[in-house]
Write a protein that binds this ligand. Structure first.
Ligand SMILES: Nc1nc2c(ncn2[C@@H]2O[C@H](COP(=O)(O)OP(=O)(O)OP(=O)(O)O)[C@@H](O)[C@H]2O)c(=O)[nH]1
Ligand SMILES: [Mg+2]
Length: 194
């Protein structure tokens, strides 16, 4: 959380984390496409061939008011491919809340789990407590065959009481619901600190 008192801006950072090809970039693209340009930035995407995220995607939204301040939500995605591990840690720096985008397909369960535990390790190494970090689980790709139940995914990640949403990010299903849920958690925590 970063406050610019002169401009009365409250900067909050939300990171979409998860395994490669889970749908993180698709979430941001959908939000960008459906948001009034007056309240959002352009989307910055640093990609390799084949649309894979190389460094991160970035999109800023200006929404509402918090304690007389203008909140700016800075949305980032990490690159999911395994060898970008140090980039994922960098992107997590200064994070206020996380959307973990899980791929619901049964054969991706282990990758979801590895990514989730890496995220927790990165948070600890950066000095954050993973237990008190605002977190939402998004189970994506609900349109595909051979998907696991949301409760199975939730359980395998060892989560307890974390909000969990189903999505089909390519169609926008569940994308704004997920965003709203993480924003509410992040704002509630920021209000405690103001
Ligand atoms: N069927 C289906 N495909 C999806 C869904 N969401 C995303 N995809 C597709 O999955 C592929 C990967 O999506 P991305 O959003 O690029 O995934 P990512 O998590 O950003 O991947 P990295 O940048 O490599 O970490 C793309 O071809 C998307 O169109 C979904 O809900 N259902
Ligand atoms: Mg991506």
């Amino acid at each position: 959380m970063f406050i610019n008192w002169r401009l009365r801006e409250l900067n909050l950072k939300i990171v979409y984390y998860g395994p490669a090809l889970g749908g993180k970039t698709t979430n941001l693209q959908y939000i960008h496409s459906k948001t009034d340009p007056r309240i959002r930035s352009e989307m910055v995407s640093l990609k390799t061939r084949g649309d894979r995220t190389l460094y991160f995607d970035f999109l800023q939204l200006e929404l509402g008011r918090v304690a007389g301040l203008k909140p700016r939500f800075n949305l980032y995605t990490v690159p999911g491919q395994t060898y970008y591990t140090s980039t994922r840690k960098l992107v997590l720096q200064g994070v206020d809340g996380i959307v973990f985008v899980a791929d619901s397909q049964a054969h991706r369960l282990e990758e979801n789990r590895e990514s989730f535990w890496e995220m927790r390790r990165n948070l600890r190494e950066l000095g954050y407590d993973p237990e008190s970090m605002p977190l939402v689980l998004q189970c994506n790709k609900r349109d595909l065959p051979n998907i696991l139940s949301v409760s199975t995914i939730h359980e395998h990640l060892g989560l307890n009481g974390v909000p969990c949403l189903e999505s089909i990010a390519i169609r926008g299903v569940g994308v704004f619901e997920t965003l709203k849920t993480i924003i509410n958690l992040v704002v509630a925590k920021a209000q405690q600190q103001l």
